[in-house]
Design a protein. Structure first.
Length: 201
């Protein structure tokens, strides 16, 4: 049967301190309560001897007093026990019972394996991040290169369009000259002759 967490903790505490702290504190609390009860009984006896006229009312008054004192004492003891168990009577984390050392060693071995696996995964992720970073840098360089090419192409296209417009004008002049030559209008002067007159002659 597996032990509960409280049972294991109590066993460890008993082995470390040489006594079960909770049981020890409970026994001290019982002794204190018994001592308070005995003191109150002694006070009651003295009062009954010193005040025989109040003999009948003293037991009732002392009973209420004893109840209040015991309740207050018990509450104080509970708070004290809580502080002692949580802050003072603490088993060190590295304390291991002989029969549990095998299990602890096995657990540590498993944790070590898990750590190695996680470490390898971390290294893989780190390598992947570095690779992506290098790829991103390469893409940025390619984008910059393509941007430069695009700008250069735009300049060349603009120059080409300008030259093409000039060529179109020059080509038109050539065609006109050829037409004039074929029609025998080589000496045509627009300022001094009329095109219709030359064509009719």
């Amino acid at each position: 049967m597996d032990k509960s967490g409280n049972e294991i903790q109590e066993e460890y505490s008993t082995q470390h301190f040489g006594f079960p702290p909770k049981t020890f504190l409970d026994n001290i609390g019982i002794l204190i309560l018994e001592r308070v009860s005995n003191v109150l009984k002694g006070v009651q006896t003295v009062l009954m001897e010193k005040c025989p006229d109040s003999k009948d009312s003293i037991p009732s008054a002392m009973s209420h007093l004893q109840k209040d004192w015991l309740q207050a004492t018990q509450e104080s003891l509970l708070q004290l026990n809580k502080v002692l168990l949580q802050e003072i009577l603490i088993v060190p984390k590295d304390f291991v019972l002989p029969e549990d050392r095998v299990h602890v060693g096995k657990r540590l071995s498993e944790e070590k394996k898990e750590f190695k696996i996680l470490s390898a995964m971390f290294e893989d992720k780190l390598f992947e991040i570095k690779r992506l970073h290098a790829y991103k840098k390469c893409l940025e360089e390619k984008v910059s290169e393509l941007t430069s090419i695009d700008e250069e192409y735009s300049k060349l296209l603009e120059e080409w369009n300008s030259k093409e417009a000039v060529l179109d004008i020059q080509g038109l002049d050539t065609i006109m000259q050829q037409m004039i030559s074929k029609c025998g209008l080589e000496g045509y002067d627009e300022k001094s002759h009329d095109l219709k007159e030359r064509l009719s002659s």
